[in-house]
Design a protein around this ligand. Structure first.
Ligand code: TYD
Length: 138
């Protein structure tokens, strides 16, 4: 399935802890205009259930484990975010669902734009219509 990339960040490990990072032009291709994070995720809770028409995002889980289920209308893939060094770079247009696999997991997101509700598709039937008819016209 196209539209996503899992990258292991560069990291600097020391006895005092490990530092990871990613940069525009290297691991990601876009400017980050917004950062948000979802935390206190209960075990087994599901979120997401939407696609973005234009927003690009980078997702990572600095603590815990979050499974990201991606759908493009034809195929499905599950990306397991279970390490701070692993980032998921998402192009626009994929349906995503999040499943917390550990109590208290944290999901961090860097986004290419500010919050715009009209960039969301929150209904899966509408998503399928959009994928089949409109996606490539934007
Ligand atoms: P949403 O993106 O639907 O979260 P999830 O897919 O993880 O369930 O956002 C949840 C609510 O928070 C929704 O009412 C929109 C609001 N929100 C903002 O106001 N600003 C933001 O940057 C984000 C990501 C969400």
């Amino acid at each position: 399935m196209k539209g996503f990339n899992v990258v292991i960040t560069p990291k600097i490990a020391a006895h005092e802890g490990t530092l990871s990072f990613f940069e525009k032009g290297k691991e990601i291709a876009f400017d980050i205009k917004r950062i948000y994070y979802i935390y206190d995720l209960p075990l087994g809770c599901r979120r997401g259930f939407h696609a973005h028409k234009e927003l690009q995002q980078v997702l990572f889980c600095p603590w815990g484990r979050v499974d990201v289920i991606l759908k493009d209308g034809k195929e499905q893939e599950t990306i397991i975010l279970d390490s701070p060094e692993k980032i998921l770079v998402l192009e626009a247009g994929l349906w995503r669902e999040f499943l917390s696999q550990k109590e208290g997991s944290i999901l961090c997101v860097g986004a290419s734009d500010i919050y715009k509700e009209d960039d969301y598709i929150r209904d899966y039937t509408q998503y399928i219509q959009w994928v089949n008819h409109e996606k490539n016209t934007i």
